[in-house]
Design a protein. Structure first.
Length: 233
């Protein structure tokens, strides 16, 4: 088994084994992906810069608007430029959506099953909103951190594993394990609040309450603690 995966790989196997008819086939597909993925080093490099942002946050109960200003990390190279760079490195065509999904899961999640679920959540949300994956993830045409209220983070360059998972999600080799459109990490939320973040002020409990009020359903992935990752369908 690929040595960098640890409990995440076990979670993938546990999930696949729980699906009675196609579990063995799914495990075989996962194992093939892991063998092809190779190193955990980043496939390409990102150049980053700090840019200002202004975020208007409306309180759902009071209707009051709070303005948050600060700086966030932006990737200088555009996704199409990074797509060309990766295609040149791999010496083969590279899909733009696969690159974007790989960048998101590199930025958002460490465990393989979580990466699969998040990649699918991005696709599901883009489909629901009638948007391209590019416009959903990088509305200003650049990858970057999430402080300005965008859908998700995309500031970390993908590894070979991230890109392999993204390509297998795009091709349908890896099925959707959650049917989600959103996700969050209570552990990360609490850490940001403790550090005094101006953009993350809601507790995990209030985030869950808001999402349930919006009609979302909580999905916990097998083998991944809820405090690490919660998916919302």
């Amino acid at each position: 088994m690929f040595p960098l995966l640890g409990l995440g790989a076990l979670a993938l196997v546990a999930f696949a084994a729980s699906r009675s008819n196609t579990g063995q086939k799914y495990v075989a597909q996962i194992n093939t992906s892991l063998k092809k993925a190779g190193s955990g080093r980043s496939l390409i490099s990102f150049t980053t810069r700090q840019v200002p942002f202004e975020l208007r946050k409306r309180d759902k109960k009071t209707g009051q608007v709070r303005i948050v200003r600060g700086t966030r990390t932006q990737v200088v190279e555009t996704p199409p430029e990074l797509q060309l760079a990766l295609a040149k490195k791999l010496n083969r065509p590279v899909g733009l959506d696969a690159l974007i999904l790989a960048t998101v899961i590199a930025s958002e999640e460490s465990l393989p099953l979580g990466k699969v679920a998040i990649a699918w959540a991005v696709k599901n949300m883009a489909r629901r909103k009638g948007k391209s994956i590019m416009s959903l993830v990088a509305p200003d045409g650049h990858f970057g951190s999430q402080q300005d209220g965008r859908y998700c983070a995309s500031g970390q360059p993908p590894t070979a594993l991230d890109f392999q998972i993204a390509e297998d999600v795009q091709s349908g080799k890896l099925r959707d394990p959650a049917g989600a459109i959103q996700w969050d990490s209570p552990r990360s939320q609490l850490a940001l609040i403790k550090r005094g973040s101006t953009t993350t002020t809601r507790t995990p409990e209030s985030v869950a309450a808001n999402r349930r009020a919006d009609g979302r359903r909580l999905v916990i992935l097998p083998g991944i603690p809820a405090e690490h990752l919660r998916m919302w369908a």
